[in-house]
Design a binder for this molecule. Sequence first.
Ligand code: SAM
Length: 229
Amino acid sequence: MEKASIDIGESKSFKAELALEYMRLVLAKNQKMNLTSITDPLEFIEKHIIDSLVALDYARGDISLIDVGTGAGFPGVILKIANPSLKLALLEATKKKLAAVASMAGQLGIGPIDFYPMRAEEAAQMKGMREKYDVAIARAVARLPAHLEYLAGFVKVGGQLVAMKSGQIDAEILSAKNAAKTLGFGNIELAEAALPYSGASRKLAVYTKHAPTDRQFPRHNSLISNSPL
Ligand code: SAM
């Protein structure tokens, strides 16, 4: 397993104060709506900001990246702060949450960002989004077989699908072997990092797409959940 590097030194444009301002905005908005259960600032910095940066190696340059099920904007917003050249799309099923993220990103002035208030199963079948992204990423959205099915349709052939995970993932990776093959993914690369304060382990499973995903995927949500590939 490779060590994931959180090398923001190379990304001289990373503006820590923007990330901290985003935290302040999220915590203020969190008083009125449920965006995150993490309200302690130090824990927020570690579990949302630094944790998002663990994926920065897969968000470098002017590539297109879609963050699926972004919730309060993680990891997408933080990756955009670290790399302003990123062509970022944020997709989230809960319209109210995404509207809040759009408003906060607007206040920070970190655009342009494309916002898609919809479900992944619907969006991944749309012509303008099908196999259009260099990278599709998600954190804490589903177990790996479902995660792969939600994201696969967005990724260009030759592009990457990134799953941000914690704890033991060997069994999950094994359980997703068939899904990966069926959806057009071959090579898998694993990276690991330890968060700085708690020491908690974070893992990235990065799949490279070698063949187009069959149009029948993603299936309806009930099938994805009840009959995983
Ligand atoms: N990625 C964020 C993070 O790590 O902080 C949010 C994680 S939250 C546990 C999962 C989010 O994924 C929720 O906001 C949920 O609405 C969204 N979600 C789940 N399934 C989805 C789907 N099929 N399409 C779009 N969004 C989805």
